[in-house]
Ligand binder design. Sequence first.
Ligand code: COA
Length: 359
Amino acid sequence: MAERYGNIVGWGKYVPDRVVTNADFEKRLDTSDEWIVARTGIRERRHASEGEVTSQMSTAAAREALGIAGLRPSDLDLIIVATSTPDYLTPPVSSQIQHLLGAGHVGAFTLVTGCTGFVYALATAQQFIASGSVTNALVIGVEIISRFVDWEDRATCILFGDGAGAVVVQATDEPCGVLSFDLGSDGSGAEHLILPAGGAAIPVTHEALVKKQQYLRMNGNEVFKFATRVLGKSLRQAIAKAGLTADDIDLIVPHQANVRIIESAARQAKLPMEKVFVNIHKYGNTSAASIPIALCEALEEGRARVGDTLAFVSFGAGLTWATAIVKLAERKQPVSRRKRWFSFLGWFIRDSSSLRSSE
Ligand code: COA
């Protein structure tokens, strides 16, 4: 069987209208625009408005991606949603998105690996496509973290923003899409980035609420050290697995967590910052949504183009890391449809020649 690859043929994003600037935080916390910009690179972020939910934001991003791909929701064979902030703990938000999109009764599942979720989901979609079972997959990274941060904790609440990004991955026989990936996790660092209450370990009780265990807790220094330790290495490994060198990478689209972490990863992989896409100043850390949102903007701004080889590099809760080397290729007719047409052509030629010989 010919090899099948997953080309990214559509992309879309949704960010809430509500802009929260560093000056807004200065009004209610002991912080400053100067500190936030110098330590993180963030100038503003978007927060979902009351009533805005993960499933709706995802659907908006997905519709945009399907539009660019020229597909209808009914053309999808699979939906994978990466998020740590679904509408509900159960049912899975992926099924709500499938329903809102009107995507027929396709398989849909939610994948939770924190900020690395989108890269894990993309690598997963690629496996379904390579196996021959899926032609069109929708991969979404989405988050409403603003509902899970403690507004009195200045070390965490200034970092995060809300948003959604989506890509359509389509089967093709041309080598492109995810050329290689490097996924990893180290659960020994679980407590460094954790939302303690709401799972089976600590149900949401009055006591848990008093202890503020319903909010994200982070040991910023430990996460920072972890990120700078793993990112450069993961990036180098993924580039090598793809049989490429750093020079072959046209653009790094990193998880937008902290501009200092991004600079360190680029330095370690021997890639100049001109080859790195950064939009953290506008959106802060949108966790699983940050790479697909950044990809959309890189394409919109012409920083990434069809034919380019990109590196998606991320780290997050778990602790986890994930890198994918992705080649954007010209869109062709999806491989399975072309095959169907060829088999029809083969049948037609065989049939008409047998008809002629029987004449
Ligand atoms: N405004 C002003 N001061 C702040 C502050 C804020 N918003 N947040 C923390 N500080 C203070 C600290 O309280 C500390 O004060 P102290 O020395 O009196 O205790 C001081 O700044 C330095 O804190 P430190 O934690 O050493 O700062 P830092 O340079 O490590 O930056 C982070 C803090 C959170 C920005 C940084 O550690 C980071 O980005 N870590 C990674 C977090 C991350 O990416 N998380 C998401 C993973 S997907």
